[in-house]
Ligand binder design. Structure first.
Ligand code: MN
Length: 289
């Protein structure tokens, strides 16, 4: 099981310098994996990322949220096509990084919608995810659809909605990505969604209710980690946190990162790494009870 850290804990700029810095800091904080925000896969410096990963020994995953211009759940064929092209380019980047995990809001724009998703938009989203998944399968890449709260998509807000979506897509390499921050807003509790989605759960984000320090908000992490133990989850477990101390021009605004939840990201990262590993160590002993 790989314990990871989202790159935005370290920097908001993923140019060559930002890539090198975020990889180094992720490794120094004790993580096994870095999740690169691949908002623009066309400009991502793959060669720098490859060499930084090789030097650090870290694995990589990548996530993104589509924009209004690349929304595959749109009814506009040209927008859907632009989204599919972006997702396909992201797959190429992942393949070059020897990465097997592509996740995030890749089935919809990541934004506050003012209307429900439409039938045609949903059909477009599922058709694109199916086609992209076939290319991903040929590259050995798993795609995990991140279930997020109502202010960030109108397509998948709960684990069970994601199961229904997957039933229509029918691709073995497409799974579910749960995030404790979003679950805390939308789900009935932190245990049932893990059990409900067990067979499809491929990726996990660990975030606090205010996206700051783990253990200082209202997320019931004990129930969540017990649920991961109950289903024998072995996939990536990735820390995600945002503060206005580190700003990515577009992403931070979209996520509503207006306040400083922390200032020292080295301390934050080391704390999160220990927090997650401690929980996972403890839940293993439940088998002995
Ligand atoms: Mn997340």
């Amino acid at each position: 099981m790989k314990i990871g850290c989202h790159g935005l804990v370290w920097t908001g700029r993923f140019d060559a310098e930002g890539i090198r810095y975020s990889v180094q800091k992720t490794q120094e904080a004790g993580f096994d994996l870095i999740e690169f925000p691949l908002m623009d896969p066309f400009s991502f410096d793959v060669a720098t990322a490859k060499s930084a990963l090789a030097a650090s020994g870290l694995s990589a995953s990548a996530s993104l949220g589509l924009s209004e211009a690349t929304d595959v759940s749109s009814e506009d064929p040209s927008v859907v096509k632009a989204g599919e092209e972006l997702l396909n380019r992201a797959l190429e980047v992942l393949a070059e990084l020897d990465s097997t995990d592509f996740c995030g809001v890749i089935y919809s724009a990541m934004k506050k919608y003012m209307e429900p998703a439409t039938e045609r938009g949903l059909a477009n989203s599922k058709a694109v995810i199916g086609r992209v998944a076939d290319r991903a399968a040929a590259l050995g890449i798993n795609m995990s659809l991140e279930v997020v709260n109502r202010y960030e998509t109108n397509v998948l807000n709960t684990g069970r909605q994601a199961l229904d979506y997957l039933a229509d897509v029918q691709r073995g390499n497409v799974g579910i990505h749960l995030d404790t921050y979003h679950m805390n807003i939308e789900e009935s509790d932190m245990f049932s969604p893990v059990l409900d989605t067990a067979a499809a759960l491929r990726y996990v984000h660990i975030g606090e209710s205010h996206r700051g320090y783990l253990g200082t908000g209202s997320v019931d992490f004990d129930s969540f980690f017990k649920a991961l133990g109950r289903i024998g989850y072995e996939g990536p477990v990735v820390f995600e946190s945002f503060s206005s101390a580190v700003v990515a021009p577009d992403l931070s605004r979209m996520l509503g990162i207006w306040r400083n939840l922390w200032a020292d990201n080295e301390e934050l990262g080391a704390h999160a790494n220990a927090f997650i590993r401690d929980k996972l160590t403890a839940i293993k002993t439940i088998d002995l009870h």
